[in-house]
Ligand binder design. Structure first.
Ligand code: BTN
Length: 329
């Protein structure tokens, strides 16, 4: 899909942020009149962008929205013209549910559904994912992967590695992944992943990968019990993060990671990269698995993505699922 004039204009302004971009140059590149360019600028202004306009020099970007903005995300996704659907809603019950509903209508994949606020954000084990407006990221990716279902156990782990790396690169911080689905900083949770797949006999019909990431929202605004355990990227870096630039980088990374997953290429680096971001390895943990609570030392994961734990009885057990708590030493 070729970018709309609005996106072409935004890209020109973002690429030349300290300089003025001539209105006539933009008009020429888009084969439209300067008045038409001005009309597009007004549309962008209505979305929260600010420009300085100087006669005979042109336009310069002086302000942009720091809440999820579809145009900005698309402009930042500069190397990747939109070959996938991208939906930015003001409010939705759950972006995972929204993606599921759209898959059920036959919408082609991949597509990305995100919202500024969720009214029924969900986490693992049916828990609520608090999803206040503006400042955090609530995003779901929808796919129809043609891979053997047994491989799916490593899917969330592989995505976790990629989310962790993109956070580290974009913020120069040091996050980790807690098996199987948490993004942590020093024991405090900044994000969670929820992968939901629908099966047809022995095939995957479709799959939604949901990610909630605390970006600029202050953790103390969460209900008390969650606030103590939570953190956000801005709290970690002591700076506000450009949520749209970050989201564009994240979307690009997740879509590439998905391709590598489907082709099987991910297997070349999976184990080493998991090792680099695994926060549990060699640490004392307790794991709740069905009716059992197991205490031991986490030893990493096996090829299938199961967690290995050397139990207090000296036996190594593997777990496909469960909830892990890091024990204080
Ligand atoms: C967890 O830590 O238990 C997983 C949390 C997943 C939350 C995200 S927010 C976007 C997507 N929509 C949801 O309802 N849940 C996921």
């Amino acid at each position: 899909m070729t970018p709309t004039p609005e996106i072409v204009i935004l890209r020109a302004l973002l690429e030349n942020e300290t300089r003025y971009v001539s209105g006539s140059d933009i008009a020429r590149s888009l084969d439209m009149s300067r008045v038409a360019v001005w009309q597009y600028m007004e549309k962008l202004r209505a979305q929260g962008f600010n420009f300085e306009a100087v006669r005979a020099r042109g336009y310069r970007l002086t302000g942009r929205p720091n809440v999820i903005n579809r145009s900005l995300i698309e402009a930042y996704l500069s190397t990747r013209n939109l070959t996938f659907g991208l939906e930015c809603l003001d409010e939705v019950d759950s972006t995972n549910d929204e993606a599921m509903r759209q898959l059920a209508t036959g919408r082609s994949t991949p597509f990305v559904a995100m919202a500024k606020r969720q009214t029924r954000g969900r986490g693992r084990f049916g828990r609520t994912w608090h999803s206040e407006a503006d400042g955090n990221l609530y995003v779901s990716f929808a796919f129809r992967p043609q891979v053997p279902p047994e491989r799916m156990q490593t899917f969330t782990l592989w995505m976790g590695i990629n989310v962790c790396e993109v956070v580290a690169n974009s913020t120069r911080s040091n996050p980790g992944v807690k098996w199987p689905n948490d993004i942590l900083f020093d024991g405090h949770k900044a994000g969670g992943m929820l992968t939901e797949a629908r099966m047809d006999a022995d095939q995957i019909r479709d799959l939604v990968f949901g990610l909630g990431l605390n970006i600029n929202h202050a953790p103390e605004l969460l209900p008390e019990a969650s606030a103590r355990r939570a953190t956000s990227l801005s709290e970690q870096t002591r700076a506000s993060l450009d949520i749209n630039k970050f989201t564009a980088a994240l979307i690009g990374r997740v879509l590439d990671a998905y391709d590598q997953f489907v082709s099987g290429e991910y297997m070349k680096t999976f184990a080493d990269r998991w090792h680099a971001c695994d926060v549990l390895r060699d640490k004392p943990v307790s794991l709740v698995h069905g009716p059992r609570t197991i205490a031991g030392i986490a030893l990493g994961i096996d090829d299938e993505g199961s967690l290995l734990v050397r139990t207090d009885k000296g036996k190594t057990e593997r777990f496909r699922a469960g909830e892990v708590t890091l024990q204080k030493v």
